[in-house]
Design a protein around this ligand. Structure first.
Ligand code: NAD
Length: 382
């Protein structure tokens, strides 16, 4: 079996799907590894390190597509690359099948097998393959570091001969994986942290990190949806959160917002009035920007300065910490590969709920039912 590691081609992408240290267990199974020259450079992995780990290096990208049996990737290859895939090959990565299913049709028709890391079921057995959580962890950390860098103040309280500097105040909206990491990072830097989430269960986790949890009476409805995620709220319940957010943002130096509801656009929680109420020099980081953003002023991917407030809306924060983001992702990928590469041979058993859940298409046909439905509408003649 030949496994290929590519240099990611998406603009701004710095991560790599497998690092040199990931190759040992693959080579031990007799899997051959070919790496595109420069694949890991931006993530701190040199060609020499891949070669020393036992990979073959090539500058011929096309030959990797046409020969590899397995291609772990960060982002989906473009249509030109997909057209060169070896029929029967397996591609695994953040393929965005729910956002851009049409962009995968060339690969599906080769046909190749596509597994999407976004679709890996969030069950205990698959926790070690949960790349969404890995990337949310990195994003939560980096959001705080980016805000601390821009803030005209320091995070920790400082008692000096020239007087006392009070700690920065950080407000985190949405205490899921990214939010909890943002809270932990801001606390380590010495900030005072408050957090809000519609899921009451998040309260205990927030408090265990030394932050204050802000409770909102949602008018008797539950913020908990299916599978431990948030429910989509009514406008009235959302408004109660928006009021709290406006009040809290006014005394916060940094607001980090991460609220999402699976399969829905990000809830609009931060009104223009909340941004106007923030002090000049404050920083708002909208981590929900890829899903449209939590702030009504957010322009995904654009940094804005609004009345002295800096509003960041990053689309790919993990790519700003490519070494560790790649290290975590590579481990998720290796664990996933363990389900389909047994003793160096490919075995795809779609009776396995993790594989079936993550499978976009196999042998030319869509597998995951949500993706299948979306693909039907993409393929349907106008
Ligand atoms: P997410 O990215 O979907 O959402 C981020 C947070 O936003 C969530 O905590 C959500 O409750 C919150 N939110 C949504 N609407 C909101 C609103 N209107 N106001 C305020 N907050 C709002 O969530 P996530 O980070 O992927 O994880 C959410 C939950 O799933 C957590 O309980 C997490 O521990 C759990 N989880 C389980 C597994 C697993 O079992 N393998 C893996 C990852 C996460």
């Amino acid at each position: 079996m030949l496994l290929g590691v590519l240099k990611e081609s998406a603009p701004g992408e710095t991560r790599v799907a497998l690092q040199p240290e990931s190759l040992k267990s693959l080579l031990a199974q007799g899997i051959e590894v070919v790496v595109e020259a420069g694949a890991g450079l931006a993530a701190g992995a040199s060609d020499a390190a891949y070669a020393a780990a036992g990979a073959r290096l090539t500058a011929d990208r096309s030959s990797i597509f046409s020969n590899a049996d397995v291609l772990p990737v960060v982002n989906a290859p473009d249509a030109l690359d997909q057209a060169q895939l070896k029929p029967g090959a397996v591609v695994i990565g953040f393929l965005r099948p729910l956002d851009a299913p049409g962009a995968l049709i060339t690969a599906i028709d080769r046909p190749v097998t596509l597994f999407s890391m976004e679709l890996v079921p969030r069950i205990s057995r698959a926790q070690s393959m949960d790349a969404l959580s890995s990337m949310a962890t990195v994003a939560g950390y980096k959001a705080v570091i980016a805000a601390a860098d821009l803030l005209p103040r320091m995070f920790p309280m400082m008692m000096t001969a020239a007087g006392t500097i009070p700690p920065a105040r950080v407000f985190v909206i949405g205490a899921g994986v990214a939010g909890l990491q943002a809270i932990a990072t801001a606390r380590r830097l010495g900030a005072m942290v408050e957090a809000y989430d519609v899921r009451a269960a998040a309260g205990e986790q927030v408090r265990s990190l030394g932050a204050k949890f802000l409770d909102v009476d949602l008018g008797g409805i539950s913020g908990e949806g299916q599978g431990g995620y948030a429910a989509e709220l009514t406008e009235e319940a959302l408004d109660r959160g928006r009021d709290l957010i406006t009040r809290t943002a006014a005394h916060s130096d940094v607001v980090i917002t991460t609220a999402q509801v699976p399969g829905r656009p990000a809830p609009r929680l931060i009104r223009r009035a909340a941004v106007d109420a923030m002090r000049p020099g404050s920083v708002l980081v909208d981590l929900a920007a890829p899903a449209g953003g939590n702030c009504e002023l957010t322009q995904p991917g654009v940094t804005q300065h609004i009345g002295g407030v800096t509003l960041l809306a990053p689309l790919n924060l993990p790519a700003e910490v490519p070494g560790d983001a790649s290290a975590l992702y590579a481990r998720n990928i290796l664990n996933f590969l363990g389900l389909i590469a047994k003793k160096g041979a490919l075995t795809i058993d779609l009776a396995d709920e993790v594989l079936a859940g993550a499978c976009v298409a196999h042998e030319g046909k869509p597998v995951n039912p949500r993706v299948a439905k979306l693909l039907e509408s993409v393929k349907a003649p106008a």
